[in-house]
Structures are given as structure tokens and as C-alpha cells.
Design a protein around this ligand. Structure first.
Ligand SMILES: Cc1cc2nc3c(=O)[nH]c(=O)nc-3n(C[C@H](O)[C@H](O)[C@H](O)COP(=O)(O)O)c2cc1C
Length: 320
């Protein structure tokens, strides 16, 4: 099956279904490999990976599929330059850079033909990234798991704003809140060329977080996420005793020092390894729309089928 858009043409993939880079959850070969093999784009999250593990993971994906895949790099991570060296040496086909400016990596990767996608959360950064020469953008809205934009502007609004601001100068991937084919149809209707699915892919056997994390995603309702850590690296996560404690401190006007100490004592890694009481269970509002654990390749195909069913319904609606 093929669904062609500006993004599928740019990336050389069959379906406009991107598996979002997610620290720990996609810091492995199993998930990206299955997604790419099924015709979407699998993304290895290099954020928390040791250099040697990243190299091994890239080789594993290459051994399992000839399809394109990407590596996501948050530019603020410690040792980001060493990771950039690895991505260059490995001739990774696509990179998705976040949390920093594109000038730091663009020239060297353009020279070797790497497709460079950059994550943004508003029109101004979108324009700057396109002026700098990126090939495409991932536009993240406030629903998203992980680090949503500071003002929490919704995906519906920010994607439309960026598409309008760019006037077709670069293709866009919409991110935040997508779980199924209806969402994909909505993303394309807004003018994006693909949707980025994060939390949805946590609930697959191939994602590399503990079963308790996956269960928490499956059990969540749409109002169960919290945004915590304003001003110190805000995240969206599922409610748990740690999140409620952070919120209580924020509401009580606790000092920045105190809030930083509590925020820093909990990590995504803790939740990824099963401590869902004290860890950061990063997830989007979309968790409330997910109620089955499904192999990643099957999920890609189901989203594509749902998309086709959605767009088949639309002409009938307009004729009524
Ligand atoms: C557990 C988790 C970890 C994430 N880690 C990263 C990361 O390392 N780099 C990054 O650019 N975005 C990261 N994100 C954000 C995702 O790439 C994506 O923008 C977000 O998941 C989209 O929203 P959704 O979860 O509703 O699909 C993470 C998201 C989650 C849920």
C-alpha cells in the first residue's frame, strides 16, 4: 500500500506514518526496524544512548531492513558532538534534530546527502530553520508527550500556523495527539505531509519500556496527563505520585531550588525500567485514546487502512 505526500517523497517511504523519536522507548532497534519495514519511518532515539550502543543499533536496523530509517538527536544532550560524528560516519539516511539550532549540524550533513528534519514548536523557529536550509520540519503541539512547547499551543493551531507561515517552502510533519488513521487524515487536511506518532508506539511489544509503563498508557484517560516543571524543562507525563508532588510544590510557590531538586531526582529512565510511581512516565494526551497493545508493523498498516476509510467517508459527508 502507498499513500504519497511531499514527506513520503522526501524520505523515500511508502506511508506518511512517522514513529516519533522517544528516549528509552525507541532507543533500540526493534521498534524503528518494524515501523520502517512496514513502510513508515522508524526513528532511533539517540538521546540517552551510549555511542557504542547507538552504532550497534544502527547496524541492527540496517541488517533487518533496506528501508529508510532515522536517528533523533536532542542537541542539548551531553556528548552531542560525538553522536553527530557517529551519524556522519554511519551515513544515516535521515536525522531528526531537536532542542537546538540547525546551524550546528546542517552543513556537514547536507554535504553527504543526509535528509535533515528539524523539530520546532512555532512559526518563528520554523522560518529560521527553513532559512537555514533544513529539508523538512516536525511541528510539535501542546498535546505531545515528552517536551511540549512552552505555551502549550495545540497541534491543531500550531501546525496550521506553521503551514501558513511557510507557504509551501518546506514539508511539515505534524506531531502531538495522533494515534490512528482519522488523526493522520486530520494532519494531512491541515497541510502536513505526515503525522508523527509517539505515545501510540509505546503500546507495542517492540518499544523498549517496562510492561508497567505500557500498562499505564493503556489505562490512561484523556485527562490523565500533567505538565510539570515549568521553567525548568517542562514535560507532559501521566499523573503519578511524583507528578502530583511537583504540581503541589508549584501551586504552593516553592522556590526554584526546591522544585529543581525534586524535578531532577526523578527521571524518564526510572519509569522506563518500571518505577511508574516515582519516575517520569512521559506520554501525550493521546494516551487516553490508546487501548490496545499491537505489534508495530501491524499498527502501521492499521493506521493506513483507517486513513483510507476516513477519506472514503468524507465525500459522502460533503454531498449530504
Ligand atoms: C516517552 C517519550 C520520550 C520522548 N523523547 C523524545 C526525544 O528523545 N527526543 C525528541 O525530540 N522528542 C521526544 N519525545 C517527543 C516525541 O518525539 C513526540 O513529539 C511526541 O511523542 C508526540 O506526541 P504524542 O506522544 O501525542 O504522539 C518523547 C515523547 C515521549 C512520549
Amino acid at each position: 500500500m502507498k499513500i504519497e505526500t511531499d514527506i513520503t517523497r522526501l524520505l523515500g517511504i511508502d506511508l506518511p506514518i512517522i514513529q516519533a523519536g522517544m528516549s528509552w522507548a525507541s532507543s533500540c532497534s526493534s521498534l524503528p526496524l518494524e515501523v520502517s519495514h512496514a513502510g513508515g519511518l522508524g526513528v532511533i532515539a539517540a538521546g540517552p544512548m551510549r555511542p557504542a550502543d547507538l552504532v550497534r543499533t544502527i547496524h541492527e536496523v540496517r541488517a533487518g531492513t533496506t528501508r529508510p530509517f532515522a536517528v533523533n538527536l536532542p542537541l542539548y544532550r551531553q556528548g552531542a558532538d560525538e553522536i553527530l560524528d557517529i551519524l556522519e560516519a554511519e551515513r544515516v539516511p535521515i536525522i531528526v534534530a531537536s532542542q537546538g539550532g540547525p546551524k550546528r549540524y546542517l552543513d556537514r550533513f547536507k554535504k553527504i546527502g543526509t535528509t535533515c528534519l528539524h523539530v520546532v514548536a512555532g512559526e518563528e523557529h520554523a522560518r529560521k530553520a527553513v532559512d537555514a536550509g533544513v529539508d523538512g520540519l516536525v511541528v510539535v503541539g501542546g498535546e505531545a508527550g515528552g517536551h511540549p512547547p512552552a505555551e502549550l499551543v495545540s497541534t491543531l493551531v500550531v501546525v496550521r500556523a506553521v503551514v501558513k507561515a511557510l507557504g509551501g517552502r518546506a514539508p511539515v510533519i505534524a506531531s502531538g495527539g495522533f494515534v490512528d488513521g482519522a488523526g493522520l487524515a486530520a494532519a494531512l487536511a491541515l497541510g502536513a505531509g505526515a503525522a508523527n506518532f509517539g505515545t501510540r508506539f509505546i503500546a507495542t511489544p517492540e518499544s523498549s519500556v517496562d510492561a508497567a509503563y505500557k500498562e499505564a498508557v493503556l489505562m490512561a484517560r484523556i485527562g490523565d496527563t500533567r505538565t510539570i516543571g515549568r521553567g525548568i524543562g517542562m514535560i507532559r507525563m501521566l499523573s503519578n505520585p511524583f507528578a502530583e508532588r511537583m504540581l503541589a510544590l508549584e501551586e504552593a510557590g516553592a522556590s526554584l531550588e526546591k522544585r529543581k531538586a525534586v524535578f531532577g531526582a526523578s527521571t524518564l529512565k526510572m519509569a522506563a525500567f518500571g518505577d511508574i510511581e516515582a519516575g517520569k512516565i512521559e506520554a501525550g494526551q493521546s494516551a487516553g485514546l490508546i487501548d490496545d497493545l499491537m505489534p508495530a508493523g501491524q499498527l502501521v498498516h492499521r493506521i493506513a487502512e483507517e486513513y483510507l476509510a476516513t477519506i472514503r467517508r468524507l465525500p459522502a459527508i460533503s454531498k449530504r
